[in-house]
Design a protein around this ligand. Sequence first.
Ligand code: G6P
Ligand code: MG
Length: 225
Amino acid sequence: MVKASFDQIKGFVFDLDGVITDTSLYHTKAWHQLADKLDVAWSKTLEDGLKGISRMDSLEMILKTGNKENDYSQDEKVALATEKNTNYVNEISKMTPENILPGIKDFLDDLRANGYQIALASASKNGPTVLKNLELTDYFPKIVDPATLSKGKPDPEIYTKGAELLGLAPETCIGVEDAAAGVQAINAANEVSVGIGDATLLKEADVRFDNTAEMTLANIKKALG
Ligand code: G6P
Ligand code: MG
């Protein structure tokens, strides 16, 4: 499919965890802890697969990995997910602007200065708290509320809603993600996908950078033409 050229881009729709900040490490730590408690073997594949996935879907993925998806009632599952979230919330309560990933603040300033619209498309219900602790709330006037979604990433819904909130056609938006499920969601929403991280994991991204410091408007322009 032919995607937009750089000149057609009007807005950016951002994932949060692993893109704006390193919270993916805290999610991973909290899930790993729960998996150990449930006696489910942890692996890099499971770790990568959980990225971008909603809280309850993440728990289901962990239980399925250990063939334990039928071992718990719905109430017990909610209690396990709440336990993970309590540990995660404790971690993010310590966050400060120092936890913003390299280059992100400059990139957001550059986007603002050049008139691009900005939205957040994170599956995390803790997104607004994280932005507040990073002192980035003002950069994100539009945030997709994950509670309103009927399907999680890789479904395009969250990215489609992000473009909608900006009042832009999806084709004129760039989505930024660190997760394979997220890149798939951006592509399915018909937006231009920018992946941050591993080349194999993010092979479906239209543009990819090894890290956030490399994500600049100039580099995106170079890649898109
Ligand atoms: C993001 C993260 C996932 C996390 C999900 C839900 O997509 O990448 O690791 O599970 O948000 O986060 P929450 O804070 O609502 O549990
Ligand atoms: Mg992410």
